[in-house]
Design a protein around this ligand. Structure first.
Ligand SMILES: [Zn+2]
Length: 210
């Protein structure tokens, strides 16, 4: 799990966002009816056309880009064995995005790194343009016991994949008087100075340096 002190790595960031989008895009893509079979003398029913072509395109493109990026990175770092055959499942896509690519990317040369990040950013743009994904803001609690420096609650959430301002942090807690806190920061890193200041104020003997 990322902590407040982790430097933001663009590839890791993009991979994390894509990994979270895959199951959401999958839900917008009807599962082909694999139970359909041809009874003797009958023609098998054709698989249904996906109801949301944009979601289907974004979903399948993430899968192939993840595999392409992993192969490219393996080649770039001189891996002897390119032979691992990635299966086609979402579980493999998730593993490539959350483990394999973030692990390999720091060892790649600049050109390869740029190709990978460009590829991943294109997939993110496509996924964000899918109406069903674009319209729903999805927030997730910030882990690691982070406490809002203003209202002291632990209701900090981060915006996962809005078209604008992914990574935005907002407090969903309440102040002592019951009013919503609504403190917000553009990025996770921006909250750090406020947290540090709040920490220092909890030490009784410390002067208020503000
Ligand atoms: Zn707050």
């Amino acid at each position: 799990m990322r902590t407040l002190t982790d430097p933001a790595d663009p590839v890791q960031e993009a991979c994390g966002q894509l990994a979270r989008m895959v199951p959401r895009l999958r839900r917008e893509t009807p599962v082909p009816d694999e139970t359909a079979f041809a009874a003797p003398g009958m023609t098998a029913r054709p698989a249904p056309v996906p109801g949301n072509p944009a979601a289907f395109f974004a979903y399948t493109s993430i899968g192939s880009s993840a595999r392409w990026a992993a192969e490219l990175l393996l080649y770039a770092v001189g891996a002897d064995e390119l032979g691992e055959r990635w299966g086609g499942s979402d579980a493999v896509t998730a593993r490539l995005l959350t483990e394999v690519i973030p692990k390999l990317a720091p060892g790649a040369d600049d050109d390869t790194y740029r190709m990978v990040i460009a590829e991943l950013e294109q997939r993110l743009d496509e996924a964000r343009k899918v109406r069903a994904i674009d319209e729903a803001e999805e927030w997730r609690y910030v882990g690691g016991g982070s406490v809002c420096p203003f209202c002291r609650c632990s209701s900090l959430k981060t915006l996962l994949d809005a078209r604008r301002q992914p990574g935005r942090i907002q407090c969903f807690g309440h102040r002592e008087d019951g009013a919503p806190c609504r403190a917000a920061w553009p990025r996770l890193a921006d909250i750090v100075p406020d947290l540090a200041r709040a920490e220092s104020l909890t030490v009784p003997d410390l002067e208020d340096r503000s």
